[in-house]
Design a protein around this ligand. Structure first.
Ligand SMILES: O=C(O)C(=O)C[C@]1(C(=O)O)C=C[C@@H](O)C=C1
Length: 164
């Protein structure tokens, strides 16, 4: 079989940095901090538990999702800074995090874990870096990402190559 494409992994990561806009909107103007260590631990524990059954090294899968979470925070911080400086651009609706936003993140996390598993061989090859860079460029264009989200997308895939 030909090596699996890295595009679905990049696309799901792109969607995950986009949903960070809704997380940022849910938290902006509230006392709820961007960092939620309890939620992070729940995600990472789930990843570590599912990894072996998917042929993934638990520590490496956790590292990948730490990067995904860090990238989400890059977007949240960037937007909060921007909305604070330009309040007229701030969102006028506040999505509900537990019922509207986190279920979407849960689905993206599940898809990402499946793609990590599907791309083990591709990601182990020396060609991974170049293929990943190309997949990121395609995703940037397809999702029409701005510079903040492009930067976050690259951050989210920092550890994708060379790990299983
Ligand atoms: O669910 C949240 O509250 C988020 O901010 C999203 C997210 C994530 O990327 O999954 C990012 C930062 C938080 O520390 C926890 C989780």
């Amino acid at each position: 079989a030909p090596p699996a494409s890295l595009w679905p992994l990049a696309d799901l990561s792109g969607q995950r940095v986009q949903i960070a806009d809704k997380v940022a909107a849910a938290k902006f103007g509230t006392t709820q901090p961007i960092d939620d260590p309890v939620r992070e631990q729940q995600i990472l524990d789930g990843v570590a538990a599912k990894a072996p059954g998917l042929g993934l090294d638990p520590a490496e899968a956790v590292e990948f999702f730490r990067d995904q979470i860090e990238a989400n925070k890059v977007v949240q911080r960037g937007l909060h800074e921007y909305w604070t400086a330009h309040p007229e651009q701030a969102p006028t609706e506040r999505p509900d995090l537990p019922t509207e936003v986190r279920p979407v993140i849960d689905r993206l996390n599940a898809g990402l874990l499946d793609e990590l598993s599907a791309t083990v061989a591709t990601r182990a090859r020396p060609s991974c870096g170049g293929k990943l860079a190309a997949a990121i460029v395609v995703t940037d264009r397809q999702l029409n990402l701005d510079r903040l989200h492009e930067r976050a997308l690259r951050r989210s895939l920092d550890s994708a190559c060379g790990t299983r």
